[in-house]
Design a protein. Structure first.
Length: 237
């Protein structure tokens, strides 16, 4: 694998049951030479075979397909330890689809609307290949709030976190990058990255997307949570 952290183009597999959609995505992605499409699939079973064979950096996965759908294919890819470096981005036509939340919960690195522009598509692939989560704050809030309106789920998962780790997790839950979190919490970018890595380990999360889910499920981030206020000056620890 190469990707954003390597020396070659980002390697992508396209999964969609509509050939015209795949053709359009391919045409947009290969412009500029920063991305190469190494495989295509029309359903989940075919996707699993192609991903296992090609081991791409990123899979663009449609959710609604006949047979094995994109949600199940995402679960299987994430569960396969030999594919730990593969990142799945789900494709959807509706930004409030509960299946998007289910895919993120299953380990997808984020989601992309099918009507996005070429620049957004390229950026999404690069961001995910670099190990970041693709979670726009406004859309993420709508998706997660729609399916987490009940009581918190096992808030004890946060019992072992320090106050500053909870602060960082709340920022990640709001869909913010390390740079944005560092600015709001008055810590360095390197420190923010360290906290995120520590959270991934402590909470047994695969990536930032799962940290977002944990932040909502445990009640740390709730609908209407005021995350834009300045954080208190708490020493880094």
């Amino acid at each position: 694998m190469s990707g954003a952290g390597g020396h070659g183009p980002v390697r992508v597999v396209l999964v969609d049951d509509q050939p015209l959609v795949r053709a359009g995505l391919r045409a947009l992605l290969v412009r500029g030479g920063e991305v190469v499409v190494v495989g295509e699939a029309a359903d989940g079973d075919e996707a699993l075979a192609v991903v296992a064979r090609q081991r791409p950096d990123v899979v663009l996965m449609d959710l609604r397909m006949p047979g094995t759908d994109g949600l199940e294919a995402t679960r299987r890819i994430v569960a396969d330890r030999s594919l730990a470096d593969v990142r799945v981005v789900v494709l959807t036509t509706f930004d409030g689809d509960a299946d998007v939340f289910a895919a993120i919960r299953a380990g997808a690195a984020g989601y992309l609307l099918k009507d996005c522009g070429p620049h957004e598509l390229h950026r999404a692939v690069r961001v995910v290949a670099a190990g970041e989560a693709l979670l726009a704050p406004s859309v993420t809030r709508r998706v997660l709030e729609a399916v987490t309106t009940g009581p918190p789920v096992d808030a004890r998962r946060l019992a072992g976190l320090t106050e500053r780790e909870r602060d960082v997790l709340a920022q990640v839950g709001a869909g913010r990058s390390n740079d944005e979190a560092s600015a709001r919490l008055h810590i360095s970018r390197a420190t923010a990255r360290t906290y995120v890595s520590r959270l991934l380990t402590k909470l047994h999360a695969r990536d930032r997307s799962q940290l977002v889910v944990i932040a909502y499920e445990t009640g740390l981030v709730r609908p209407g949570t005021p995350l834009d206020r300045p954080a208190p000056d708490v020493p880094d620890r």
